[in-house]
Design a protein around this ligand. Structure first.
Ligand SMILES: C[S@@+](CC[C@H](N)C(=O)[O-])C[C@H]1O[C@@H](n2cnc3c(N)ncnc32)[C@H](O)[C@@H]1O
Length: 527
């Protein structure tokens, strides 16, 4: 474990070790950065990403497209590990690959799950590196006894058996299972700026960061460089918190996810605030007047005491049917749609099904569109409609995401990495619409100047990316070189000068974006 001197490991009763800062960090500053100790590309991306530096070019808002990654080539021996350069290949060979290459070659064309490869990389470590890593791992939580009680435990044992056999480790199966449990508790996924998850990392210092649903820090990657960055000011002596779950979910669902995946009952300031703070993630709406209400009790509670008693709307005095089960009934309706479990489109019929279920819930007028369970399903529809080149739908959904959901889902929307990913996707879609000239009559009625919208989004992205990723990140360079320069070139010298020397306000960007917002709001009633 190697920590910079500004960060100190500290034991906290109830949550184990955590990291605190030894000096003040202003908002949007970098707390520390490092190349993670062990990283492995996700199986789905293995042949399209460099296993050493995770080189990518975020060319679309949704997934890596052929041609968007600098050309990678496979290791000539195992043919299942890819690199962008001989230098990367050599570095990875020295660090890990020389010990796993033969094993992967024997298994090819099958590739073990990335968690198993990661486990093998740890089992195959040797010498000083092994000693240092294993002793840093010792105190990390495995939750093995909790995991033993879960349905998935058998799968973990099978995966451990595989890794033990392939690696030929002298460790007992029990020790390997415990190691896998530590990986499950302490590894993090690698998101591209587009929010595609392309791999996992395990790092004995980064894994010490504890969770809060109201985090003060975020982990981002610039290629394979991991950065822990403050999203608000963090005072000397304060603990660093990131979020482990989908932070757009309402409190009971976040708590459930943390309990089942990380085995703790979250008592953070968002789950048990010292004073009653409105949190839009927990909003329900009065179906008559639309006033939000917050039904969850905010003291440490058991499942039984989760709701406060809601009898009538505090604003219009509408009497809710069936008190005190109001919220329970709404939550049951949400659960019945299955929408909360939708994280991607798996078959052709699914988009229509998702849309009709969203409509069903939207019509109840009791759950606001800006919160879960509308967020994930809506996000998964966007790439589908982009692929269909259905711009009416794509722009409508992106508009809802950008104007209505992002403002609420991220506490500091301007500085949330996911918000930037959505802006990037917005850019890509507008570009398609402009290039193809395909714009339906419905969209035309709004007289939107898509070029102006696109220009403003690119300028905003260029301004915001350094606050999240630091200066000169691959993402920032990509936006500048592939979008901004190109747009300026296309405008010609006169227009380019006007745009470069003017504010977005003067250029009328906000007015044009408002037209898309209006379109998105009307779109909600139309679908
Ligand atoms: C990635 S580890 C964080 C480091 C950990 N505290 C340790 O000592 O190894 C995740 C585990 O830490 C604990 N943890 C993290 N955040 C917590 C929190 N807010 N409250 C209680 N326990 C927490 C849980 O046991 C969780 O499974």
């Amino acid at each position: 474990m190697d920590l910079p001197e500004e960060v100190i490991k500290k034991d906290f009763p109830g949550r184990g070790n955590g990291l605190v800062v030894a000096k003040n960090f202003p908002a949007y500053s970098e707390i520390f950065r490092k190349v993670p100790e062990v990283s492995v590309p996700d199986s789905g991306y293995r042949s399209r990403i460099c296993a050493n530096c995770f080189l990518f070019e975020p060319a679309t808002g949704d997934s890596i497209q052929a041609g968007s990654v600098a050309k990678v080539f496979s290791c000539g021996k195992c043919r299942s590990t890819y690199y962008c350069s001989r230098e990367c290949q050599l570095q990875d060979w020295k660090a890990y690959h020389r010990r796993e290459c033969k094993i992967l070659g024997t298994l090819a064309p099958q590739v073990p799950p990335s968690t198993v490869i990661l486990l093998m990389r740890i089992l195959l470590m040797q010498g000083d590196k092994r000693q240092r890593f294993y002793s840093a791992m010792e105190t990390l939580k495995s939750h093995i006894d909790d995991r033993r009680k879960t349905e998935d435990f058998e799968t973990l044992v099978v995966m451990s058996k595989g890794a033990k056999e392939y690696s030929g480790t002298e460790l007992s199966l029990e020790a390997v299972v415990e190691m896998l449990c530590k990986i499950m508790t302490n590894s993090f996924s690698i998101p591209l700026p587009t929010y595609d998850i392309v791999g996992i990392i395990f790092d004995t210092s980064v894994s010490l960061i504890n969770h809060s649903c109201d985090p003060n820090a975020v982990i981002v990657f610039d290629k394979n460089m991991l950065m822990v960055r403050a999203v608000r000011p963090i005072k000397k002596g304060e603990e660093i918190y990131i979020t482990y779950t989908d932070n757009a979910m309402p409190m009971p669902r976040r708590k459930e996810a943390l309990r089942t995946q990380y085995f703790f009952d979250c008592q953070c300031t968002a789950c048990c605030p010292p004073s009653l703070k409105p949190d839009p993630r927990n909003d329900f709406l009065c179906p008559t007047c639309g006033t939000p209400f917050q039904p969850y009790v905010t003291k440490p509670h058991t499942g039984m005491q989760l709701y406060t008693d809601i009898k009538e709307c505090s604003s219009c005095c509408y009497e809710f049917p069936d008190p005190p089960n109001v919220v329970y009934n709404i939550e049951r309706k949400i659960a019945n749609t299955g929408l909360a479990e939708v994280f991607g489109i798996k078959n052709d019929g699914m988009p229509r099904e998702i849309l009709s279920k969203m409509k069903e819930l939207y019509k109840l007028k009791t759950i606001p569109i800006y919160r879960s369970p509308f967020i994930e399903p809506l996000a998964s529809l966007i790439p589908y409609y982009i692929k269909q080149a259905d711009w009416d739908m794509a722009i409508g959904l992106i508009g809802v995401e950008y104007f209505l959901q992002d403002e609420v889902r991220s506490r500091q929307p301007e500085y949330a990495p996911v918000r930037l990913a959505h802006m990037m996707r917005f850019v890509v879609v507008l570009l398609y619409v402009i290039l193809t000239g395909e714009c339906s009559e419905t969209l035309q009625q709004y007289s939107i100047d898509f070029r102006e919208c696109l220009w403003g989004l690119v300028v905003e992205l260029e301004r915001l990316i350094p606050t999240v990723y630091g200066k000169n990140s691959a993402f920032e360079n990509h936006i500048r070189e592939n979008y901004k320069h190109e747009m300026l070139k296309q405008m010609g010298p006169v227009l380019a000068r006007i745009h470069m020397n003017s504010t977005l306000e003067k250029l009328g960007w906000y007015k044009e974006m408002d037209k898309i917002k209006t379109y998105a709001m009307n779109f909600l009633d139309r679908i």
